[in-house]
Design a protein around this ligand. Structure first.
Ligand code: ADP
Ligand code: TRP
Length: 332
């Protein structure tokens, strides 16, 4: 079978997002927004990495909800299933199958250096599962199987893309050229989006601003952004302030300058700045929130998109699986 998804002559982009929690500004600015805009220029593959979530999410009903949340989020943000092959990793069994084959080529020592495993070990976690240890190999298959030209990810995923590249090289040297060496693409300006406490925004730090949270909750998250104790009447340095930094991700140059002037003039408090930030975030996400509500009332459509996406993904996946089986000698 040939890869009939490859018709356009465009370069291919591929990325995945793990359903482990509600999407936040870091996920949006660092990943999801780029995925949506890239679909116009590239032959695009985006998938929900639900097999990866299994290393940490152990409640079936939570996992189900998180998977559908991501599907809704992406479709609401403008991912177009006619332009992007949008699917669920677990719907395409070749991901798990080829992971075994790459496992047989992967030195343990390589995975011992991978950051998720290293961090879990450093924390003294006694129940590290084999899935977590093997996480980078599954991710390598996710990437290599679709032969993308670029893989847009946040900085934290760079090591994983490099492992995929190393494994592709190793496979090709041993069995002949099958895989394309992938390149990570990390947009610098949003490489690390800060959270409400000024550290990197992350579900695991509890410092997120969730893009589709109910308005009341969003307000609470934004009002909780950590600021210093400069009194209201005194001038403030915008460049040192978290509210200003978060505002800058969305504001125009003019809006940024206007807010910076207010900070420097004094008589303008952080509470006022937070109100501006909330209004900005609400304005930015208004059309997406509306679209998401609409989609929520039409879950049959969402399931259908994922089903059709998996069908298209399988065309590529099964073609590459065949190549791999032939290369390693499993086709008799
Ligand atoms: P989290 O740290 O909240 O668990 P994930 O690891 O699920 O987030 O990240 C999903 C995607 O969003 C990845 O591509 C990741 O690099 C990106 N991302 C997550 N947090 C940020 C951030 N604070 N700044 C930029 N990108 C981020
Ligand atoms: N590990 C990635 C993350 O935590 C998700 C992911 C899984 C991924 N497979 C991928 C990203 C393949 C890019 C390509 O964000």
């Amino acid at each position: 079978m040939t890869d009939t998804n490859k018709t356009s002559g465009k370069k291919r982009v591929l990325s995945g997002v793990k359903p482990t929690g509600k999407a936040h500004l870091g996920n949006y600015l660092g990943a999801m927004r780029n995925h949506v805009t890239m679909q116009d220029e590239y032959d695009s593959f985006i998938f929900i990495a639900d097999l990866h979530s299994l290393t940490t999410v152990k409640e079936p009903h939570v996992l189900r909800e998180l998977i559908l949340d991501i599907a809704l989020d992406y479709l609401a943000l403008g991912l177009n299933p006619d332009k992007t092959v949008f699917f669920r990793q677990s719907d395409v069994h070749e991901h798990a199958e080829l992971t075994w084959i790459l496992n047989c080529l992967t030195p343990m020592s390589m995975l011992e250096l991978a950051h998720a495993y290293k961090d879990a070990k450093a924390k003294g976690d006694r129940e590290i599962n084999v899935g977590l240890f093997d996480y980078p190999v599954l991710m390598a298959v996710d990437i290599l199987m679709y032969k993308p030209d670029i893989v847009p990810v946040g900085k934290d995923q760079k090591q994983h893309v490099e492992i995929a590249r190393d494994l592709a090289g190793k496979f090709n040297r041993l069995y002949g050229e099958v895989f394309k060496l992938p390149k990570p693409y990390i947009p610098e300006e949003v490489a690390v989006v800060i959270g409400t406490d000024g550290q990197k925004m992350s579900k695991s730090y509890g410092n997120t601003i969730e893009i589709f949270a109910p308005e009341k909750q969003l307000k609470k998250q934004i009002m909780g952004v950590v600021t210093d104790s400069t009194p209201l009447e005194e001038p403030k340095d915008p460049l040192k302030d978290n509210v200003y930094k978060l505002y800058s991700y969305f504001a125009t140059e003019e809006e940024k300058n206007s807010l910076a002037e207010k900070y420097r003039a004094g008589g303008f408090g952080y509470g006022d700045a937070k109100k501006l930030l909330l209004a900005k975030v609400l304005e930015h996400f208004k059309p997406f929130r509306e679209k998401r509500e609409e989609l929520k009332n039409n879950m049959d459509y969402v399931h259908e998109v994922l089903r059709k996406g998996a069908e298209k993904a399988r065309i590529t996946a099964s073609a590459v699986k065949k190549e791999v089986f032939e290369a390693v000698g499993l086709n008799i």
